[in-house]
Structures are given as C-alpha cells and as structure tokens.
Design a protein around this ligand. Structure first.
Ligand SMILES: *Cc1c(COP(=O)(O)O)cnc(C)c1O
Length: 355
C-alpha cells in the first residue's frame, strides 16, 4: 500500500462496440493507467486518466533503439457477475524480468497490482459477459528520453491499456496449420527471446508473412543455432503428445516462459500425465508423425489459451496431426483452463484473483 493512484474520470464515455465486432485488440476502454520514471526521482505520479493519445519527442529512445517491454493478461467475468484475473502475479514478475533484460528500472509489484486492479474496476463495465469473451489487459513500458546516444534511457512511461476481446473460437475450436521456419530465426540463447519485448515480434514478421502467403496461420520457430530444435509458435508455447506422454521444449533461455505453458504443465501432471520438458528435434516429430506416434499438438498462450495444431509443414513435407482434428487432450485442457478462468470449474491451484 501507500501508493496514491490519482483518478481522472472521462467526461465522455465511449459507445461500446457490439460483441460480435470485438475481434482482438481493436477497441479500447475509457481509461488508461500511466506513470512516469525520471532518473534520480524513480517511478512517480501513478494515475488513471481518460484513454488518450500521448505526445513524445521524435528523439524518444523507444523509436530508435527499441527499449520497451510489454505484458498480456485478461480479466474474466463469471456467470455470477464476478471479475477475476488469471495468475496476475506471474505477469508482474515477468514484466520485471523483461525490464531487467532491457535495462529498464524495476516496477514495484504491489503498485503494479494496485494499478491493474484499480483500472479494471474503473472500466469494469467494459468486461463483456458473453461466453468466452474477456477484457485483454496490455501493460507496457517505453523509453522516452529524447537522446540519440545508445545508453539506457533516463525517462520512461509505464502504461496499461485494455481492450474488450471476442471469443477466440467464435466458430468452434479449429486446428491451425503451422509452417516450420527453416531459414529465419527469432532469437538465440543469451539474446532477448526470454523477454516480452517489441523487437522479437518485428523480427518475426517476415517469416510470418511468408507463412501466411502459403496459407499457414503461424510460424513454428526452430532454435537459432542448429535450426533443429523446436522452440515456440508465434506468441505461443508448443506441446506435442507422443504416445501417452506430453513433451514441450525445455526453457532454454531463447524463448518465452509462458504462463499458460506453466499452467498446462501443472494441470497435465495433476491428471497423472507424464510431461517431459526437453529439447525436441524437429526430425523426431517428423518421424513420430509418420509412425503415428504423434497424436496431438497444440500451442498455449493467453489470447487463445489452447490452440490445436492440425498440420505442420516442414521443408517440402506436410504432416497431418491427429487427422487434422482437435485431439481429446487439447480439448480437455482448453475446457479445464477456461473453466477455471470463468469460474465454471474448481480452481485447485488458487490461480484466480477475485477483484
Ligand atoms: C506472450 C507470449 C507467449 C505466451 O505467454 P502466456 O503467458 O502464456 O500468454 C509465448 N511466446 C511469446 C513469444 C509470447 O510473446
């Protein structure tokens, strides 16, 4: 406690979009959180203000050197009208890990949590109540010092914006097809792959464009050194069901430690299913697919929760997984995770934080 968050309410609330038109990240709520950092003074002046454009000096460091990090989480409305967040402390911790990697000053976790909860409360009427809809929350930090020298910025803005999002699976859970990228790489160990930072996404667009042109939804990245071991898919971690066990790449310092990934592993182990975290060569998956050992594949991330993978293309080969259908384990994980988030199921791990 002890942080006084100022509140300035909007005089002109916006008209809310129709739920059918929400999509992802297109509309923003009436308010935003903002806080400044200045060298010598630290983080100061936390406030909730009407959602509005910000003005920056053209020399602001974020534009030139990409010193910026972000997070992504959701607020859910339960059938009883309650409001809940999913494991928010994990996002607070991860933002500070990203901050540390990008030489951005740490943000007090208690203040961050208070800011998050206060903002969600102020805009709580923006949390849609329809099935599988939610309020996506985007905290982020940008370096604002107007100085072209390459050194950590002495000024920053920490902001939180929020966007009501529609059901990811409005037409039912449809498996996606994924292109295994064998030319471009996203990150290497020792780089910034473990941080949620803008450059990782800008660096991935080229491959993503190529994959889209060939009709694939996303890219599966291989490791940057050998181009052999599976890392992650777009903004999701990735899992494979081989026979009776589940394998997922071990956290190796070159890709993001997803909170959904961690939650899926905990649930699978809770169900008595063996989960191996280890390096996974792409050749092993190709072989397992040919032999019928590869039963299911799915991605995990806050936006889609569980995204079944029905097809992988690697070099000139197309691998159809589980007949291109959503597998039973992917479905069970999706139903259980979303069940916990929306309060339809027991929360055995105490993941949900009630507002
Ligand atoms: C955000 C993100 C994920 C998924 O993380 P969650 O905490 O599960 O949402 C995975 N990979 C990348 C690159 C990401 O940016």
């Amino acid at each position: 406690m002890g942080w006084a968050i100022e509140l300035e309410r909007t005089a002109s609330p916006k008209k809310k979009p129709k739920v059918s038109e929400l999509g992802f990240g297109k509309y923003f709520t009436d308010h935003m959180f903002i806080m400044n950092y200045d060298g010598g003074q630290g983080w100061h002046h936390p406030r909730i203000v009407p959602y509005q454009p910000i003005s920056l000096d053209p020399a602001a460091k974020v534009f030139h050197y990409g010193q910026t990090v972000f997070e992504g989480l959701k607020a859910y409305r339960t059938a009883e009208g309650g409001i809940r967040l999913f494991r928010p402390s994990k996002n607070l911790q991860r933002l500070n890990l990203s901050n540390d990697r990008l030489s951005i000053p740490e943000i007090d976790e208690q203040l961050f949590l208070e800011a998050l909860m206060s903002l969600v409360r102020v805009d709580s009427d923006w949390i849609p109540g329809e099935p599988e809809t939610s309020l996506y929350i985007r905290p982020y930090v940008i370096a604002t010092e107007p100085l072209l020298g390459v050194s950590p910025s002495q000024q920053y803005l920490f902001m939180i914006i929020m966007s009501p999002v529609g059901s990811y699976y409005a037409e039912g859970i449809n498996p996606v097809s994924i292109h295994v990228e064998s030319h471009y790489v996203r990150a290497v160990e020792g780089g910034v792959g473990t941080a949620k930072t803008a450059g990782n996404y800008a660096a991935g667009l080229k491959a993503q464009e190529g994959a889209s042109a060939k009709g694939y939804t996303q890219v599966l990245w291989l490791d940057g050194v050998h181009r052999r071991y599976v890392e992650e898919v777009g903004s999701m971690n990735v899992f494979f069901k081989l026979g009776d066990k589940v394998v997922t790449p071990a956290l190796n310092g070159s890709f993001l430690a997803g909170i959904t990934r961690d939650s899926a592993i905990q649930l699978l182990r809770h169900w008595g299913i063996e989960v191996e975290e280890r390096p996974i060569p792409i050749d092993e998956l190709v072989e397992a697919c040919r032999s019928g050992e590869l039963k299911e594949a799915f991605g995990t991330g806050t936006a889609a929760v569980i995204s079944p993978i029905g097809e992988l293309s690697y070099k000139d080969e197309k691998l159809v997984i589980g007949g291109g259908e959503t597998g039973p384990l992917s479905k069970r994980l999706y139903d259980t995770l979303t069940g916990i988030q929306y309060g339809r199921e027991k929360d055995p791990f105490g993941w949900m934080v009630e507002l």
